[in-house]
Design a protein around this ligand. Structure first.
Ligand SMILES: Nc1ncnc2c1ncn2[C@@H]1O[C@H](COP(=O)(O)OP(=O)(O)OP(=O)(O)O)[C@@H](O)[C@H]1O
Ligand SMILES: [Mg+2]
Length: 525
């Protein structure tokens, strides 16, 4: 099948997706010793040959010089899903035998002596700060507030410590507090580093380590809003693969997927709620025949599977050996952002929740920006919502492999004209900056609770007006702060280079101040 398509810029060898090492996760740097095969693997998709399901210890030789055994401790419990992985309970200790894939460490369980693979993000090095219940490695201020306030059963004084976003050696302490006139809210304190490796919040109390600091403030508030009462509950991390068997292979046998009920219908096929091996929830996107070349699609899937970020929907694998092709993805319980905003639950979202969603989408797009991957179809219908208003971007990279004429900018009835930047419609110039334009439209969908952009206007009319400088006006029906409308206008700048970066947009929405809370509280000496 031909690979050219006017909406995809004709070629499937993507120059805009050259790997960049920027944005490599902290998780990888936690296991720095042996041969971490992180990003460059993307360049060479593994052949789509079924791997036999046999537990075999990695063949790679460990270092010639003896290395200190590395013990990890489980932060969560895990039930083995397959023949290669190992079950464990929170608190269990394991020795790492091979960490060449940081997503799946090969370990020996110190109690049962069993060997197998475990998900790397379920454990942390023993005695490290990452192994503490109160330590949250990879979260922002806004996410900290969400976690502390989201669970009403957590008492006043519930806390967490996270690395400071601004000071590389410092940390932030976030504490849930209650006041008569404000109800529950979160107060943040800076934990500053000392030259000798210690820490302090106020200069008259210094500590050799974070655990010592936590212990002291758990007994006495010493000027904090409340004594530290209990660590915040940690949500379980994402599993990026259905099981270790699928970590470097994406063809899933079709008989392992059970389709239960239809969730929705998109431009290219239907989406089902289903189970993998009758047990684990998945969403299955079925692609109508002829929508795209199987080869082109598989090449894209191989790349998409390697894009991992907490704001992107995980792609588990595909069933591609017969039509219709299945794309097996992480299931998101609240469906698309667009449907969610229009339903009762979404209508009840407060301004603060909308800001949180805007932030999450920008943050997922910031990751794609750092990897130089263009989404091409960013819209509220392609953002999915889970519990606690978690938002994740889906269908990234898919638009480039679509071969359907209806999806072509100039003639296709299915082409999302109202979301697409003029230079992409007219010249097929898709870039991360055309994604920024789409993000501006998505913001309008968000702040109008799912209103169709340019209400009452036809796509063709929109293209013509945009070229004359027209932009979607501030909606009279919804209260939208002028500041945010100005951001939308910046996303719709006629000159792509003048549009903001997703990095900027993430920081903008992260710091958007809704509460009267000061950024950091001072503790009197
Ligand atoms: N991973 C998922 N988890 C839960 N629901 C999903 C998932 N993926 C899709 N859906 C549901 O299926 C519907 C259809 O999705 P689909 O991506 O096929 O179409 P669309 O986003 O409306 O349009 P497009 O074809 O442009 O992507 C979504 O609106 C959503 O309700
Ligand atoms: Mg979609």
């Amino acid at each position: 099948m031909g690979n050219s398509c006017c909406c995809c810029g004709s070629s499937h060898s993507p120059p805009e997706r050259l790997p960049s090492l920027k944005g490599t996760t902290n998780k990888i740097s936690r296991y720095p010793t042996q041969n971490i095969n992180s990003y460059p693997e993307i360049r060479k998709p593994t052949p789509l040959v079924p791997t036999p399901v046999v537990v075999k210890p990695p063949t790679k030789q460990l270092s010639q010089t003896p290395i200190k055994p590395r013990i990890v401790v489980a932060l969560y419990s895990y039930d083995a899903r397959d023949t290669q992985d190992l079950s464990f309970k929170k608190g269990d200790r394991m020795e790492v035998l091979n960490d060449s894939d940081p997503d799946w460490l090969f370990v020996e369980h110190l109690q049962t002596k069993l060997k197998g693979y475990i998900p790397g993000n379920f454990v942390a090095p023993e005695l490290s700060v990452e192994s503490e219940d109160w330590f949250f490695e990879n979260i922002s201020r806004k996410e900290a507030e969400k976690l502390l306030l989201g669970d009403e059963t957590q008492p006043r004084g519930t806390f967490l410590i996270r690395p400071s976003e601004h000071n590389p050696n410092g940390y932030s302490l976030s504490v849930k507090d209650w006041e008569d006139h404000r109800g529950y809210h979160v107060k943040h304190y800076k934990i500053k580093p000392l030259d000798n490796g210690g820490f302090y919040i106020s200069t008259n109390k210094t500590f050799d380590s974070l655990p010592e600091l936590v212990l002291a403030y758990s007994k006495n508030a010493y000027g904090l809003c409340h004594v530290l009462s209990k660590p915040c509950r940690k949500p379980e991390p994402n599993l990026w693969d259905l099981a270790p068997t699928y970590r470097d292979r994406w063809e899933i046998p079709r008989d392992e997927i059970q389709l239960d009920r239809r969730l929705g219908r998109g431009n290219f096929g239907e989406v089902y709620y289903g189970k993998w091996r009758n047990q684990y929830e998945v969403a299955v996107k079925t692609l109508r025949e002829g929508t795209m070349s199987t080869q082109a699609f598989l090449a894209e899937a191989a790349i998409m599977k390697k894009f991992r970020h907490k704001r992107l929907v995980a792609l588990y694998g595909v069933c591609s050996e017969q039509e219709p092709i299945y794309i097996v993805q992480e299931y998101m319980s609240k469906g698309s952002l667009l449907d969610f905003l229009r339903k009762d639950e979404g209508k009840l979202l407060e301004f603060e929740d909308l800001i949180y969603i805007a932030f999450q989408v920008a943050s997922g797009m910031e990751y794609l920006e750092s990897k130089q991957l263009i989404h091409r179809d960013l819209a509220a219908r392609n953002v999915l919502i889970g519990e606690n208003n978690i938002a994740k971007i889906c269908d990234f990279g898919l638009a480039r492999v679509i071969e359907d004429n209806e999806y072509c900018p100039k003639q296709g009835s299915r082409f999302p004209v109202k979301w697409t930047a003029p230079e992409a419609i007219v010249y097929g110039k898709f870039s991360i900056k055309s994604d920024v334009w789409s993000y501006g439209i998505l913001l309008m969908e968000l702040f109008t609770y799912g209103q169709v952009p340019y209400p009452g206007m036809h796509g063709r009319e929109v293209i013509e007006l945009l070229e004359q400088g027209y932009r979607m006006p501030k909606p009279p029906s919804h209260s939208l702060p002028d500041e945010i409308y100005q951001i939308m206008l910046k996303c719709w700048d006629a000159i792509p280079e003048k549009r903001p970066t997703f990095e900027f947009l993430t920081h903008y929405f992260e710091r958007f101040n809704i509460t009267s809370e000061v950024p950091y509280r001072e503790v009197p000496d």
